[in-house]
Write a protein that binds this ligand. Structure first.
Ligand code: GTP
Ligand code: MG
Length: 206
């Protein structure tokens, strides 16, 4: 399974701005600066598709990207990747229970086309309280979650599995991931890309 086309579709901060149509959606959530936008660019092999920054709080809106995937039998599969603002960024108001703004909660509650939430956690650190709370919140609201450990290139190869286990233990509900495990990912060298594309394909075809 691979991405053959990717294009920006829409930006939204309320339901009336969601794009029309019935394409299935895969959303990306995680702390500010964890690498959500970079991961989308890496999946699509298109630098600059989603805007990234070294400064936390870059993405402030819901951004939709329309993707064409090519299956092994050469047929095409259209779907949306949805880039979201990060949580845990001190400069933004955090009134919502799960520490994100109202319009993000609204997105979770109203997006009937949402098939999978990829929750990104920095591979270098154990999950923070906000990560654990967000994970629980998503599961409690019936969403399917795939945890992705980002920036794997920042660790020596020999340490990656140990850090993945720490994240798995910290989240403490690993059995609820679609295939029961965490994907270590690097937007720099594409580690984990095939594995994540495979998870996405399987969810979309289910
Ligand atoms: P917000 O939109 O602010 O919530 O951030 P984000 O989660 O979208 O992060 P973004 O993709 O903008 O990346 C944040 C920083 O991390 C940038 O400086 C990226 O270059 C860097 N980064 C992202 N992914 C990786 C990765 O896999 N490896 C390395 N080494 N750096 C990464
Ligand atoms: Mg971003």
């Amino acid at each position: 399974f691979n991405v053959v086309n990717a294009s920006y579709v829409a930006t939204a901060v309320n339901t009336s701005q969601y794009p029309e149509g019935d394409l299935q959606e895969i959303a990306f959530i995680g702390r500010s600066n964890v690498g959500k936008s970079s991961l989308i660019n890496s999946l699509c092999r298109r630098n600059g598709l989603a805007r990234t920054s070294g400064t936390p709080g870059k993405t402030q809106t819901i951004n939709y990207f329309r993707i064409t995937g090519k299956l092994p039998d050469d047929s095409r599969l259209e779907f949306m990747l949805v880039d979201l603002p990060g949580y845990g960024y001190a400069k933004r108001a955090q009134t919502s229970r799960a520490a994100w703004s109202k319009f993000i909660e609204e997105y979770w509650m109203t997006s009937t086309r949402l098939k999978l939430v990829c929750q990104l956690i920095d591979i270098r650190h154990p999950p923070m309280e906000s990560d654990i709370n967000v994970y629980r919140w998503l599961i409690e609201h019936g969403l399917t979650v795939q945890v992705v450990a980002t920036k794997a290139d920042k660790l020596a190869k020999s340490r990656i599995q140990q850090h993945v286990r720490t994240i798995s233990a910290g989240i403490s509900l690993p059995q609820l991931n679609p295939d029961g495990r965490i994907i270590a990912y690097s937007a720099v060298n594409s580690d984990g890309r095939n594995e994540l594309l495979d998870v996405i394909k399987n969810i979309l075809l289910k």
